[in-house]
Design a protein around this ligand. Structure first.
Ligand SMILES: *Cc1c(COP(=O)(O)O)cnc(C)c1O
Length: 458
């Protein structure tokens, strides 16, 4: 008999979590005005709000914390992290920042100006925010298959080269760089193939444009390349990562994802002139260049996390858990984004609750029902998140109404995944009794999803 698969770690420290009653949850969610961001974490049993900064550090990372060097300038922890970044990405130069969006802020202060156009594959929301804040625009060149939850494509994060070339032909003078997001979060944690990265780099070279990798989940992307791109099946994750970064001139990193730390980020590059220009903004916005928003101990934990995050056995454990949850939901007939991505399951709320009009926020309605059922917190990725049109002030209704279940790294067991799956099945079985959705009673003019207040209709 084949031995079953099991996690590539055992548990040394634990944290208690508590089940609650339906009555308690009903009160809590009402007091939170039906906004899951307003719920206290101790009112949650299983928290799948985000995989960002929510991972469990290893004994080696905690050990590295004790040997952090807190010198203001020239800390050994800075050089320790420099070696790890060079070793794994090949980039010789880097600047630490307090998280991913801070890396974007520093780099874009140098590279992006009013009227610029930044093409890429579904820019992450903070990335887009930092581009638009500078009165520049982000153009999405992702392949069309990414926007159809039922279409099966192994690399739904890929750039459509034709779309990219059209932008370069039409507005090349205004393009400061091309950005690739690995994995493509907005399309559901979907990977980009190495073939596509090489093709994007070749096109970029033709037009003399640098390529930036937004690398938050680069290691999960490398895992999918190893499994799905035949030419790389015998390469190690680190060999694949090196080849990936050879297609880029610079990277930004939210270390809260694949580097498995609770806070941190960085920018890395090859060009010493770009490093010098970024250093100035790093000193202004983040801190002196050898700590830039991070303490020495945190740089040490991050250096160790980069090695652990690119270990095949860890990645296999991680992604198999996401797949495990996804497969259980598919067995129950629950409509999810296919294929299953690297860090989260995306439930298609329009197909789950087809009888609810979009004006009643079906994805938020479903997220509330899941919380009521079992104390599980997911997040709405739909019309609430999409905000109102800045000009007409009408609600914007995106093509996809989703509930995202993001799985923290090394935190929950598959028993927890079973609870989530069965809770969703129970909601699915009574979906026709959910006759109505939600109505907004109070909202902020921008980024409303964090503070919006709602009431239940019917
Ligand atoms: C999380 C994330 C960011 C922003 O990073 P923060 O650490 O949250 O500031 C940028 N890009 C991608 C793809 C991300 O997932």
């Amino acid at each position: 008999m084949d031995l079953p698969f099991a996690e590539s770690y055992k548990i040394k420290v634990v944290e208690s979590i508590h089940r609650s009653t339906l009555e308690e949850r009903t009160n809590w969610i009402r007091n939170a005005h039906f906004n899951l961001f307003q719920i206290k974490s101790d009112q949650i049993f299983i928290d799948l709000l985000t995989d960002s900064g929510t991972g469990a550090m290893s004994d080696k990372q905690w050990g590295a914390i004790m040997t952090g060097d807190e010198s203001y300038a020239g800390a050994s922890s800075y050089y320790n992290l420099k070696d790890a970044i060079h070793d794994i990405t090949g980039f010789p130069l880097y600047l630490p920042t307090h998280q991913g969006r801070a890396a974007e802020n520093v780099l874009f202060s140098v590279l992006v100006k009013e009227g610029d156009i930044v093409p890429g594959n579904s820019h992450f929301d903070t990335t887009k925010g930092h581009i638009e804040f500078r009165k520049a625009s982000a153009i999405d060149c992702t392949i069309d298959e990414a926007f159809d939850t039922t279409a099966y494509h192994l690399f739904k994060g890929n750039v459509a080269l034709g779309k990219l070339e059209d932008v370069l032909k039409k507005s090349g003078d205004n393009v400061p760089f091309i950005i690739l997001t690995l994995t493509n979060n907005s399309a559901g944690g979907q990977p980009v193939s190495l073939e596509n990265m090489h093709a994007v780099k070749k096109l970029a070279d033709t037009y003399n444009k640098p390529v930036l990798f937004d690398s938050a989940r680069f290691a999960e992307n490398a895992y999918f390349i190893k499994l799905r791109e035949p030419a790389y099946k015998d390469k190690s994750i680190r060999q694949i990562a090196k080849e990936m970064f050879s297609c880029a001139d610079m990277m930004t990193m939210s270390s809260k994802k694949d580097a498995i730390v609770n806070m941190g980020g960085f920018i890395a590059m090859r060009d010493p002139e770009l490093f010098r220009q970024c250093s100035m903004f790093n000193i202004m916005y983040e801190g002196y260049i050898t700590y830039g928003g991070m303490s020495g101990r945190d740089m040490n934990a991050l250096a160790q996390g980069l090695y652990e995050g690119t270990d095949f056995d860890y990645l296999e454990t991680r992604i198999k858990q996401v797949e495990y949850l996804g497969n259980r939901l598919v067995e129950f007939g629950i409509p999810i984004q296919a294929p299953i991505g690297g860090h989260a399951i995306f439930i298609d709320a329009k197909r789950f609750l087809p009888h609810l009009p979009k004006e009643e926020f079906p994805a938020q309605t479903l997220a509330i029902q899941l919380y009521l059922e079992a104390g599980v917190r997911g997040v709405e990725i739909g019309a609430l998140l999409a905000d109102r049109d800045p000009v007409t002030r009408e609600n914007r209704y995106p093509a996809l109404e989703m509930v995202r279940l993001a799985i923290p790294r090394r935190v929950y067991t598959n028993n927890h995944m079973d609870v989530v799956a069965v809770a969703l099945k129970n909601v699915f079985d009574r979906r026709n009794d959910i006759r109505s959705g939600m109505r907004i009673t109070r909202e902020a003019p921008i980024m409303r999803h964090f503070t919006v207040e709602l009431e239940q209709l019917g």
